[in-house]
Design a protein around this ligand. Structure first.
Ligand code: ADE
Length: 224
């Protein structure tokens, strides 16, 4: 899979792209991620990318020209899915992440300041995505969250394929509690069901805990 990210803050992604599983997936060639500075497509001595909003008001708006130039040059002659990150986009979900993982080439634009010129939003993007009902200073971390989430659906990204099917949200339930050694730590023993060696009993216990935890913390998931 090929992913391009256009942002004004490319260095924000350095650690994310080189550490841990994402770093490994990139060195293995599972995913090829290009990070591009929007300013590289800006014109003039000052490489201006933003300007005051028509109609007045606070803040600056990203100008359409560098955005059109960036997206055109990254997508010319290619089939790709173009995504703009914004708090008023479609909420990220496991289903949405899976549908992105099915694409061959994704291009993300991270917004900034008071937004971007609406003409760019209307003409250039196939989808707008939000990572939650809060506002970040810019969409670069949102792009990282979406990429992290979708890469977990790429075959071979997770060591054990099964880790995808036994975690929070699978079957619309939160995850069960996990324990590791020692079996007693500071007078806190682990639940005895986990020591039974009886896999059917352990599965039943885990399912019960998933239901209890979901009922306590996210009853909305059960209503859905
Ligand atoms: N940019 C700023 N806030 C955002 C959010 N919540 N989701 C996606 N992009 C954003």
């Amino acid at each position: 899979m090929k992913i391009d990210v256009v942002t004004l803050f490319p260095q924000m992604l350095d650690g994310f792209l080189s550490e841990s599983m994402m770093g490994r997936a990139r060195s293995n060639g599972l995913v090829d991620i290009g990070v591009h500075n929007l300013r590289d497509w800006a014109k003039g001595k000052h490489k201006q990318v933003d300007d005051r909003p028509f109609g007045g008001g606070a803040g600056m708006v990203l100008m359409p020209e560098p955005i059109f130039e960036a997206i055109d040059s990254l997508t010319a002659g290619k089939t790709c899915h173009r995504v703009f990150l914004t708090p008023d986009g479609e909420p990220l979900s496991p289903e949405l992440a899976q549908s992105l993982a099915d694409q061959d080439h994704l291009v993300f634009l991270s917004g900034h300041y008071e937004g971007i010129d609406e003409r760019a939003r209307e003409k250039l993007f196939d989808q707008e995505i939000s990572i939650g009902d809060y506002v970040l200073t810019n969409g670069t971390l949102a792009a990282a969250v979406v990429i992290d989430c979708l890469c977990r659906f790429l075959p071979g990204f997770l060591g054990e394929e099964k880790s995808l099917t036994s975690e929070s949200f699978e079957g619309r339930l939160l995850d069960f509690p996990q324990y590791t050694r020692p079996a007693v730590f500071r007078d806190m023993p682990i639940p005895e069901e986990l020591l039974s060696g009886n896999h059917a009993e352990i599965d039943r216990w885990r399912q019960r805990k998933r239901e209890e935890r979901t009922r306590e913390r996210r009853p909305d998931l059960l209503e859905d």
